[in-house]
Design a protein around this ligand. Structure first.
Ligand SMILES: Cc1cc2nc3c(=O)[nH]c(=O)nc-3n(C[C@H](O)[C@H](O)[C@H](O)COP(=O)(O)OP(=O)(O)OC[C@H]3O[C@@H](n4cnc5c(N)ncnc54)[C@H](O)[C@@H]3O)c2cc1C
Length: 368
């Protein structure tokens, strides 16, 4: 295989990397296919008609009828928009539109939207900063919930040596880390340079070799799939490598962290060092989703990908980074399909070359 310029009509087959039915999306029992493929097909304008067999990535059929849109507008007001492009909501800058995109101001608005979605069997997907989510080119048939307006955080307790900090799920974690450093609160600097929101970071149990977000969590408030708020205490929480026992069908509303009082200068120094290391090791200047695959064992995913000879390989405008082989970067105009073709290629070649089967860390949603 030529190192540069791999291309071709490989059909993505990534069933195992499609966590779209995380419960939230499948809430109400409607599958993605059922939602999208109802006959006769409906266009976004609510008209019926045959599917247009043009380029697959341009075929966008909104499942929301005019009536449904009106009902949603009446219920949620200006906070809901339709046929909303999602590429700008993801760090790799890829993805088709969502039928609906809702930005709740508070938990009550969120409950209203989820109740409606449940009643109407509308698939739902929660998006944080989209720094670990690949949205397929056809977009998402259903309602995407963006929690970016839930961004309050504050100190909520003090035990002498430590401070409790409660943060809503839409708080960008880098902002929280900067604030904690200024306050002389230690604990979160292990996440310096990890993009995302508190909700996304907790859901993914984001971390680095210095530690994981789960280590600092005292409790998590969630909205369960019946719309009830529940508080999960530390004793009941189990965080593992890029996952946890938080029910996948729930939405994280806020998290309580216990941070240690420390020296501001030392904390800031650690953060600076983390950023420097990252800048040297990762393609931070290019749009990506961070590590695409989980590290399977003793060897890191990037080592296995390099062993398989795939560093620098590209499909159209998506490339396996020259700087870090577990990153796929968008060189400008890449599609989700390009990325999925690369993902499948990596899995196949790494399996052949090393015997290891790589599992994706990123979440893939929507329709091709
Ligand atoms: C340059 C770069 C470097 C990175 N480095 C690291 C790293 O060192 N370590 C690491 O762990 N990760 C890393 N990542 C990946 C990413 O930052 C993390 O996975 C992060 O936790 C994703 O947060 P997010 O808010 O962007 O989540 P999203 O990508 O928006 O969502 C990820 C998943 O979380 C779910 N989710 C989001 N919010 C909620 C919520 N409120 N309730 C329930 N579910 C929710 C989504 O439905 C989705 O399934 C990196 C990414 C990039 C682009």
């Amino acid at each position: 295989m030529a190192k540069n310029g791999v291309s071709g009509p490989v059909k993505p087959d990534l069933a195992e990397s499609r966590p779209t039915g995380r419960g939230i999306q499948s809430m109400g029992g409607m599958s993605e296919k059922a939602a999208a493929g109802a006959t006769p097909p409906r266009t976004c304008a609510g008209k019926t008609g045959p599917r247009k067999p043009f380029f697959a990535i341009l075929r966008i059929e909104c499942m929301f009828s005019t009536r449904l849109k009106t009902d949603l507008k009446n219920l949620l007001g200006e906070a809901v928009v339709f046929d909303a492009p999602l590429a700008a909501q993801t760090s790799i800058r890829i993805g088709g539109p969502a039928d609906g995109l809702f930005r709740p101001q508070d938990a009550e608005g969120l409950k209203k939207a989820l109740g409606f979605a449940r009643e109407k069997s509308i698939p739902v997907f929660v998006l944080g900063k989209g720094s670990n989510t690949l949205v397929r080119d056809g977009g998402f048939r259903g309602l995407v919930i963006h929690l970016g307006l839930l961004r309050r955080f504050e100190k909520t307790g003090d035990n002498g040596s430590g401070v409790w900090v409660t943060a809503q799920s839409g708080v960008p974690t880098p902002q929280l880390i900067r604030w904690a450093a200024l306050e002389g609160l230690a604990g979160l600097e292990c996440l310096a340079g990890v993009p995302g929101t508190v909700g996304g970071n907790v859901f993914m149990n984001a971390g680095t070799y210095l530690g994981e977000i789960g280590d600092k969590i005292q409790e998590v408030k969630i909205l369960d799939n019946k719309g009830n708020e529940r508080v999960l205490k530390r004793e009941k929480l189990k965080f593992e490598y890029r996952t946890s026992n938080i029910p996948p069908s729930s939405i994280i509303l806020e998290a309580v962290f216990l941070l240690q009082k420390g020296e501001k200068e030392k904390i800031e120094q650690k953060i600076r060092e983390a950023f420097e290391k990252r800048g040297l090791a990762q393609p931070v200047e290019q749009p990506s989703l961070g590590s695409v695959f989980k590290n399977p064992g003793k060897k890191k995913a990037w080592e296995l990908i390099e062993e398989a000879g795939l560093k620098g390989v590209r499909v159209e405008k998506a490339r396996i980074s020259e700087k870090h082989a577990n990153f796929i970067v968008n060189e400008g105009g890449a599609t989700a399909k390009d990325v999925e073709v690369l993902i499948r290629m990596v899995r196949d070649r790494v399996k052949q070359a090393t015997g290891e089967l790589l599992e994706t860390e990123i979440k893939v949603v929507g329709e091709g």
